[in-house]
Each structure stands twice: as structure tokens, then as C-alpha cells.
Ligand binder design. Structure first.
Ligand SMILES: NC(=O)c1ccc[n+]([C@@H]2O[C@H](COP(=O)([O-])OP(=O)(O)OC[C@H]3O[C@@H](n4cnc5c(N)ncnc54)[C@H](O)[C@@H]3O)[C@@H](O)[C@H]2O)c1
Length: 262
């Protein structure tokens, strides 16, 4: 039995990285997947990859910084599948800058994609999630949102908001049979399937794990996007039926250690 047989999923940030890996994995496990992204070319490519494997997918081009576009996306997805079992709020954007150099525009965009969009997508898709009578929302957070990465100021602050958002949504949506959880990832830099991992718009080739990150990680390797997709599948499936309002850390052991002691 496939783990998402007969279910419908929306995956944001589906054009590359974790979102592409999760779209492929969810479809392989039987779900119909709406792939949402601002990147029309690579987003449509993800949906085509799912269809090439015999799965059911649609691409929905959406700029998640725009609340009106999120409204349109929700209407399109609910017209496609009126019942929604899984929402993976995975899209993210990370721009490195010194504190003095961050423009309000950059701050707003990173807060919009990383924090406001998970809230709004969840709220706008709620009728379809309630209709499932057993649904899962998964946010994609970051270990930077727990302590704060000085080179990713706005990103850290926005991802930090996802953790309490997960807790409070877990409270409000439990009566509707909707579980809400979050994955806090560390450095995901590789793919077992050759999927590009970008982190920001100008970085189509991705970037390797830094030596500093590698030394700070007991497992001494970067994460694969497929490992984050596996965690999302667990949280999406009935195997996690009593997991709600929780945050899973996926970082090779990096944040489990007291900094400066090794
Ligand atoms: N890769 C890592 O090291 C890492 C670490 C921690 C957390 N994460 C989180 O994982 C998630 C997936 O990122 P990834 O690593 O796969 O990177 P990625 O850049 O490959 O994927 C992110 C996707 O989000 C999309 N996106 C960005 N802005 C958007 C917008 N305005 N509207 C719609 N879509 C938009 C991008 O087009 C891209 O397809 C993100 O939330 C990221 O913060 C990644």
C-alpha cells in the first residue's frame, strides 16, 4: 500500500530542491500533487517529471510574496482537487547580507516567502484541508530560526516565526483533524537524484557545504534534499498520526551540541 494513496497534496517551492524531491516522492506514494512556485520553467518541469513517472501533477505559477496571488493559487488548487490532505509549505528564500545593508524590500520579501506565505497558504486552503477530515500541514523551517545566523538576518527572523506558528496552528486546527508540524533543516546541499538546490534566485548551481558547517556537524556531511522529503512524507502520512505542533530537527546532529565545546 502506498503511503499517500488517494490523497491530494500542495507543495510550495516545487521548482527545485526539497520541493521537487517532495513532489516526486509524494506522487510516487500515490498523491496527486499541485506544484506551486514562482519559477514557471522549472516548476512546470517538476510537474512534467511527476507525469513522466505516471503520476498526477499540475503546476500553479505563484509569487508567494503577493497575497492576491496566494488567493488565486488556493482557488486554482481547490478547483483542481476540492479535498486537500497535505500542504507542504516549503518555499523559502535566503539572502545573505550584513545587518547594515539589509533593505526593507529584502527584509519584506524574505518575511513574506518564509513566514507570511505559510500562514496565508494554510488559511486560504483551509476549506479543502477541513474537507479531508484528516490532513497534514508541514512548514519548512531552519536551524537558523532557532538561534539566528548572523549572515542571514531576515531569513533567521522569518524562519524563527514558524516554530510558534506551528504550535499555535496545531492548537487551532486539531479540532478539524488537521495536524501541523515543522521541519527545521540544517545544510541541505546535495541530491541523490541530481535535483538542483538553489537557496536564492541567483544561485541556480547551488553551493557546497562550508568547512565550518562540516566541522560543526557530527555526521560531517551535508543533508540530501531527499532526506528532507522523507521527513515531510512521514509528517504527511498516517504514520505520524499523533504528531502535532512539533518541530523535527534534520541537521546531522549540529544543533544538539553546545557551541564552542568541541
Ligand atoms: N538547502 C538548505 O540548506 C536549507 C536549510 C534549511 C532550510 N531550508 C529550507 O528548505 C526549503 C526549500 O529550500 P531548498 O533548499 O530546496 O532551496 P531551493 O531554492 O532549491 O527551493 C526553494 C524554492 O522556493 C521558490 N520560491 C522562492 N521565492 C518564491 C516566491 N516568491 N514564490 C514562490 N516560490 C518561491 C524557489 O523558486 C525555489 O524553487 C526552504 O524553505 C528553505 O529555507 C533549506
Amino acid at each position: 500500500m502506498k503511503r499517500l494513496e488517494g490523497k491530494n497534496a500542495v507543495v510550495t517551492g516545487a521548482a527545485s530542491g526539497v520541493g521537487r524531491a517532495a513532489s516526486l516522492l509524494f506522487a510516487r506514494e500515490g498523491a496527486a500533487v499541485a506544484c506551486v512556485d514562482i519559477d514557471a520553467e522549472m516548476g512546470a518541469e517538476t510537474a512534467d517529471m511527476v507525469k513522466d513517472e505516471g503520476g498526477n501533477a499540475v503546476f500553479v505559477e505563484t509569487d508567494l510574496t503577493d497575497p492576491a496571488a496566494i488567493d488565486d493559487m488556493a482557488r486554482t488548487c481547490m478547483a483542481w482537487q476540492p479535498v486537500l490532505h497535505v500542504l507542504f509549505n516549503n518555499a523559502g528564500v535566503a539572502e545573505r547580507a550584513a545587518f547594515d545593508d539589509i533593505s526593507l524590500e529584502d527584509w519584506d520579501r524574505q518575511v513574506a516567502v518564509n513566514l507570511t506565505a505559510p500562514f496565508l497558504c494554510s488559511q486560504k486552503l483551509l476549506p479543502a484541508l477541513k474537507a479531508a477530515k484528516g490532513a497534514a500541514i508541514i512548514h519548512h523551517g531552519s536551524i537558523d530560526g532557532v538561534l539566528g545566523n548572523p549572515t542571514l538576518v531576515a531569513y533567521s527572523a522569518a524562519k524563527g516565526g514558524l516554530q510558534p506558528l506551528t504550535h499555535v496552528m496545531g492548537y487551532w486546527l486539531a479540532p478539524h483533524g488537521i495536524r501541523v508540524n515543522c521541519i527545521n533543516s540544517g545544510a541541505l546541499r546535495e541530491s541523490k537524484q541530481g535535483i538542483p538546490v538553489r537557496l536564492n534566485r541567483d544561485n541556480r548551481a547551488g553551493q557546497p557545504m562550508s568547512d565550518v558547517q562540516r566541522r560543526a556537524t557530527p555526521m560531517a556531511r551535508p543533508g540530501y534534499v531527499e532526506e528532507a522529503a522523507d521527513a515531510a512524507l512521514f509528517l504527511a502520512s498516517d504514520e505520524s498520526s499523533y504528531v502535532n505542533g512539533s518541530v523535527i530537527t534534520l541537521d546531522g546532529g549540529r544543533t544538539g551540541l553546545t557551541p564552542g565545546t568541541f
